[in-house]
Design a protein around this ligand. Structure first.
Ligand SMILES: Cc1cc2nc3c(=O)[nH]c(=O)nc-3n(C[C@H](O)[C@H](O)[C@H](O)COP(=O)(O)OP(=O)(O)OC[C@H]3O[C@@H](n4cnc5c(N)ncnc54)[C@H](O)[C@@H]3O)c2cc1C
Length: 321
C-alpha cells in the first residue's frame, strides 16, 4: 500500500465549499500514481453530515468544541499530529484564506515543503501551479516524501469530487486543544448594501479592463437591458468606481449566479475562488492567456468596449421583436 493523499475539507455555514470537491478530484489523480487512498480530513463540531458528499476512500472526522468555527491554532494542532503519525504523500488545502493560513503554519511547524496555487496534479507527481496572480504557469515535481499543497480552482470540475455514495467515516481523536492563542469573536458579514450580489442570477462583472469610470455607463446599459446586476473585481472597487458591496472575491462576496459575465477581468485566484459555483462563466478579455479562460465555459478575445454596446443593442432588438 502506498502513501495516502489527504484533503483538508473546507466549509462555511454547514456547506462544503466548492474548492473541497476540486481538491478531492486533484487528490484522486495523485493517489492513483502513489497507490494510496484519498483521505478527506474534516474538522468541526456536529458536522459529520458534511462527509456524505465527499468523494474519498475514507473520511477522518475530528469532532471537538474548539473546532466548531475555523480556528487556525486548532487546525494546526490536529493536522500536525495527523501528518506526523501517518506521513501522507501530500496534504491538500484550498488556496483560500483558511487553507493558506493553515498550510503555512503546518509547513513551518513540520518543516515540510509547500507548493502553492496548484492547478493540476498528475499521477506521476508532476504539478502545474499558477503564480503571479495567475499570469504565469509553472510545472514542477512534487517534493518527496511528503508535501503540502494549496489548490486553486480551475483545474477540475467540482462534480468530479462529489460522491455518489457516502464514504466510510472514521473518528479522529483531537489532541489537547486548550490554551489556544486565537478565538473567533464574531463573523463580520459584508454589508449587503443596495443589492445583494450573492443572490443575483445574472451578474455582469467589470474588471480593470474597463479602463475608466465613464466606461461603466456601457455596462450599466447592458445591465438595464438584461436585468443583470453589476459587480466588480478589486481594482474597480479600489478606484472607488463601484462600492465594496459589489466586490466579488476573497475580500468581497462569493457568488453563484446562473451566468457570470466577466468583462476585462484577468481571473486572479483571489477573484476566481468566489465565482466557482456559477453555472456558466463567460469571459471577455483581449488576452487569450488570461487565466479567466481556464474557468470560463464561453469566451471571446474581442475588446469589451466593442462587445458590450453590441450585446446591449442585440438584447434590445430581441426584446422589441
Ligand atoms: C489578500 C488579497 C485579497 C484580494 N481580494 C480580491 C478580491 O476580493 N477580489 C478581486 O477581484 N481581487 C482581489 N485581489 C486582487 C487580485 O489579486 C487581482 O489583482 C485582481 O483580481 C485583478 O483584477 P482585474 O482582473 O480586474 O485586473 P487585471 O488583473 O489588471 O486584469 C485586467 C484584464 O482586463 C483585460 N483587458 C484590458 N483591456 C481590455 C479590453 N478593452 N477588453 C477586454 N479585456 C481587456 C486584460 O487582458 C486583463 O486580463 C486580492 C489580492 C490579495 C493579495
Amino acid at each position: 500500500m502506498g502513501q495516502d493523499v489527504f484533503v483538508v475539507v473546507e466549509y462555511l455555514r454547514r456547506e462544503v465549499s466548492d474548492i473541497s470537491y476540486v481538491m478531492l478530484a486533484a487528490a484522486r489523480q495523485l493517489a492513483q500514481g502513489c497507490g494510496g487512498n484519498v483521505v478527506a480530513v474534516l474538522l468541526g463540531q456536529n458536522a459529520k453530515e458534511l462527509t456524505g458528499s465527499l468523494s474519498a476512500d475514507r473520511v477522518l472526522y475530528c469532532d471537538h468544541p474548539s473546532l466548531a468555527d475555523f480556528n487556525p491554532d486548532a487546525y494546526r494542532a490536529v493536522i500536525m499530529n495527523l501528518v506526523k503519525e501517518q506521513s501522507p504523500r501530500a496534504v491538500l488545502f484550498g488556496h483560500t484564506t483558511i487553507g493558506t493560513d493553515v498550510a503555512g503554519l503546518i509547513s513551518e511547524g513540520l518543516s515540510l515543503p509547500l507548493v502553492s496555487s496548484c492547478l493540476t496534479l498528475g499521477a506521476d507527481g508532476k504539478f502545474i501551479s499558477q503564480i503571479c496572480g495567475g499570469k504565469i504557469m509553472v510545472e514542477g515535481e512534487l517534493p518527496a516524501p511528503s508535501a503540502l499543497i494549496t489548490v486553486v480552482p480551475g483545474g477540475y470540475k467540482s462534480e468530479e469530487g462529489k460522491a455518489s455514495k457516502p464514504p466510510e467515516v472514521t473518528a479522529l481523536a483531537a489532541p489537547a486543544l486548550e490554551n489556544l492563542r486565537l478565538a473567533l469573536k464574531k463573523y463580520i458579514e459584508p454589508d449587503a448594501g443596495d443589492v445583494d450580489i450573492s443572490k443575483a442570477s445574472l451578474l455582469i462583472a467589470v474588471g480593470r479592463g474597463i479602463q475608466n469610470k465613464d466606461n461603466l455607463d456601457l455596462v450599466n446599459e447592458l445591465a438595464a437591458a438584461t436585468g443583470g446586476t453589476v459587480c466588480a473585481s478589486r481594482p474597480v472597487v479600489d478606484q472607488g468606481w463601484l462600492p465594496t458591496t459589489r466586490l466579488v472575491g476573497k475580500s468581497g462576496k462569493r457568488v453563484k449566479p446562473k451566468i457570470y459575465l466577466a468583462l476585462g477581468i484577468s481571473g486572479a485566484p483571489e477573484h476566481v475562488e468566489a465565482i466557482g459555483e456559477s453555472d456558466v462563466i463567460i469571459a471577455v478579455n483581449t488576452d487569450l492567456n488570461a487565466p479567466i479562460f481556464n474557468v470560463a465555459k464561453f469566451g471571446t478575445t474581442l475588446d469589451l468596449l466593442e462587445v458590450v454596446p453590441q450585446l446591449t443593442e442585440k438584447v434590445r432588438q430581441i426584446q422589441a421583436s
